[in-house]
Design a protein around this ligand. Structure first.
Ligand code: ATP
Length: 307
């Protein structure tokens, strides 16, 4: 209590440098996964890039605009979805919010009409568009949020955790939609998410930040070739009563009909392991699994000591 009263008169402040020396360039038409652990600075970056936050230093140029200086002209070119916040009015039907956004962005009637019908069809909004937002499920609301961010045909879309809390079906629908607008309309997408399946499904390029610093900027393939040295080989074969012995492979589990092997591809060639296996058993089925991208990202976090 004493400390609380003291704090009323004498506040102690701690400076948090949310972003430090972060620098990158994104080409039109890219989908970039902007990732990092909690508190890394992802939302802060999106807020700076969308003109909501004014940084203390540094520069940011998007389509020739400085987001926080040229806000009115700039926002016509961007769409923003914050998974944790809503840009829709809670008590009115979704379509009323859409119409208000049309007026705010000054979208010509014809453009609004064709965007609305395309978004209604592809995001399956027909049954919910007359419902007040407060009566929608999270998945339904997120589909409306994404539609709302695209009514004015922006060429850049910032998505801050767009699939948070969605069920598997809705996640797949949202991912498919993001891919479609990127491929068909060339919309540039900057996506933050903790769901590595979003990243795997959408982003070819990853920018990883941790504690406000840029730690990695490159392709998923580059991460794979750096960390994904181990493959899991599952083989199914005709009855063999004793375990296989294969140089270069570690037997993870074994039964008379099935074995799971781990192969370090830096030490053994996968095809040699398979040839050796086929000499010892009559192979019926083979499956090769790479490490999930989630595990690779964790290794990247560990390398930078930010896990
Ligand atoms: N309004 C604020 N006032 C003070 N500090 C803030 C504020 N918003 C964010 N921060 C701090 O800035 C840093 C970066 O936060 P940010 O929200 O950008 O992280 P994030 O990467 O989006 O995290 P998460 O994955 O948890 O959403 C954190 O240390 C956070 O505590």
């Amino acid at each position: 209590m004493k400390e609380a009263v003291k704090a009323l008169f004498h506040r102690e402040y701690t400076a948090v440098e949310a972003l430090k020396d972060i620098s990158f360039t994104i080409k039109p038409g890219e989908i970039v996964g902007y990732i990092g652990p909690n508190g890394a600075g992802k939302s802060t970056t999106i807020k700076v890039m969308s003109g909501i936050l004014v940084p203390d230093g540094g520069s940011c140029s998007i389509m020739g605009y400085t987001p926080w200086l040229d806000r009115v002209a700039y926002v016509k070119n961007i769409g923003v979805v914050f998974g944790q916040r809503s840009q829709l009015w809670w008590d009115v039907p979704v379509v009323d919010s859409f119409e208000l956004l049309r007026d705010i962005y000054d979208v010509p009637e014809q453009e609004y009409g064709s965007n609305l019908s395309l978004l209604t069809e592809t995001l399956e909004l027909a049954d919910i568009i007359q419902t007040p937002v407060r009566q929608l499920s999270l998945g339904q609301r997120m589909r409306c949020e994404i539609a709302a961010s695209l009514l004015h045909s922006p060429s850049i879309l910032f998505l801050d955790e767009p699939t948070i809390g969605l069920d598997a079906v809705s996640k797949i629908a949202v991912r498919r939609f993001i891919r479609t607008i990127n491929e068909e309309k060339g919309v540039t997408v900057i996506l933050t998410t903790h769901d590595m399946n979003d990243i795997e499904a959408l982003a070819r390029r990853i920018i990883l930040i941790g504690k406000g610093r840029l730690l990695f900027d490159g392709s998923i393939d580059a991460i794979r070739s750096r960390f994904d040295k181990e493959k899991t080989l599952t083989i199914v074969y005709r009855n063999r009563p004793e375990p296989l012995q294969i140089a270069g492979a570690t037997i993870e589990s074994w039964s008379p009909e099935r074995a799971v092997l781990r192969v370090d591809t830096e030490k053994a060639v996968l095809s040699d392991v398979l040839i050796e296996a086929s000499k010892q058993v009559e192979l019926l089925d083979v499956a090769i699994d790479a490490q999930p991208i989630e595990d690779l990202i964790v290794q990247l976090y560990k390398e930078h000591q930010i896990s």
